[in-house]
Each structure stands twice: as C-alpha cells, then as structure tokens.
Ligand binder design. Structure first.
Ligand code: ATP
Ligand code: MG
Length: 189
C-alpha cells in the first residue's frame, strides 16, 4: 500500500453497456476522509461508475485505483477485504437470509475484521436493525430493506463507503456514523 496515494483515483474511465457508452472518460480523485456526492440526471452514469469500481462492469479504457492498487486486476470479492462497502441502487439482499445474515455476508470473506465489533457498530448507527435482526429479508418493506443494505455496507466499509442512494435519511445516518473521520465535498457528473 502506498500511504501517499489518494483513497480512490479514477482516471479516464470509459465503460460501455451493450456497446453503448455509459461513461466517457470519467476522472475523479477522492482523498482519505473525504465525503463526495455524485450529482447527475437520470442515466448520467452514477450507478455505472459504482458498479465499475466494484468490478461488476469491466471498463473499456481507464483505471480505478484504491490506495494506489489497480482494482481491475483483483477479483470482485476482494473489495470486501480492502474495506470497501457498497450499497447498490437495487439493494441486492438475499431474500431467504435474515437481516443479520445479510449484514454478515461481506464479513464472512473479510477474516481480518472483528465480526462482533462490526455488527455492534452497525446496530449502534442503525438502531432499527436490532429489532428486525432475526426477520427474513423478504418479509421487510422496501424502506427497511434499504436500511439492511446500508447496514451491510457499513459493516464492511471500514475505509470506503459507496452508497448508490439519494434519500436524505440514508445520508443522515451515514454522517452520524462516520462524522468523526469524514469531511464533506461535492463532485458533479
Ligand atoms: N442494463 C442496462 N442495459 C443497457 N443500458 C444500460 C443498462 N444499465 C444502464 N444503462 C445505460 O447506461 C447509462 C448510465 O446509466 P446509470 O444506471 O449508470 O445512470 P444513473 O446515473 O445511475 O441514473 P439514475 O439516476 O436513474 O439511477 C444510461 O444511458 C443507461 O441507459
Ligand atoms: Mg443509478
């Protein structure tokens, strides 16, 4: 790891979906401790950018570096061990698993973390999850499922949180959980 490298460095990223350009030469640097909002119209490419960082989409050109490491050469599941948490736009919970099992999912591959401590942290930030911890995800409302997806990202995102979510409530919860180490800034695409 290069200590002087930014947390996230995206350079000239080009992503195509079904041969159509979804991102055209996107460049952005995020410093450690920064909070950045991506603002853009529907279809601007916000989700595409996050899915590319997480390795769900392969860029046609450009690089994504995390703490100086090129993410393209790393398998998708390694994002969890690197401390990157992701809350996808469509939540992507496992419906048959309980709330707690869904939150624990990324922790099962990040063996270096104290799972109990991470779970306690999530319940501290999002108190409502404590009451529903034993309920299956499929029995939750849409808003409750969003909270679980946020909790799952918080559990593993010790260094970086990618939240594909525009609701003020989620942003407020993240700020309250991470206020000590984050400072706001803003980017536009
Ligand atoms: N599954 C798909 N198949 C084809 N094109 C897609 C698909 N997903 C996204 N796109 C296209 O990629 C471009 C970027 O979409 P993306 O979902 O990243 O936008 P967004 O900024 O997240 O929008 P929103 O604010 O509506 O969530 C759009 O032109 C969109 O039509
Ligand atoms: Mg989107």
């Amino acid at each position: 790891m290069n200590g002087a490298a930014p947390l996230l460095a995206i350079d000239d990223l080009v992503v195509e979906i079904q041969s159509m350009p979804a991102l055209r030469g996107f460049t952005m640097t995020v410093a450690k401790g920064a909070m950045v909002s991506l603002v853009g119209r529907n279809g601007a490419g916000k989700t595409t950018l996050m899915r590319s960082i997480m390795g769900h989409l392969a860029p046609a050109r450009g690089t994504v570096r995390f703490e100086g490491r090129d993410l393209a050469s790393r398998p998708r599941h390694e994002r969890a061990s690197l401390g990157i948490g992701y809350m996808p736009e469509d939540r992507c919970l496992v419906p048959q698993l309980t709330v707690e099992e869904n939150i624990m999912l990324p922790l099962w591959v990040a063996k270096h973390l104290d799972r109990k401590a991470r779970l306690d942290f999530v319940y501290e930030v999002i108190g409502e999850l404590t009451e529903m911890r034993h309920r299956k995800a499929l029995l939750l409302s849409g808003g409750q499922q969003k909270l679980v997806a946020l909790g799952r990202a918080l559990a593993i995102g010790t260094k970086c949180l990618l939240l594909d979510e525009r609701s003020k409530a989620s942003r407020r919860r993240c700020r309250s959980g991470c206020r000590r180490s984050w400072h706001p800034s803003r980017a536009r695409i």
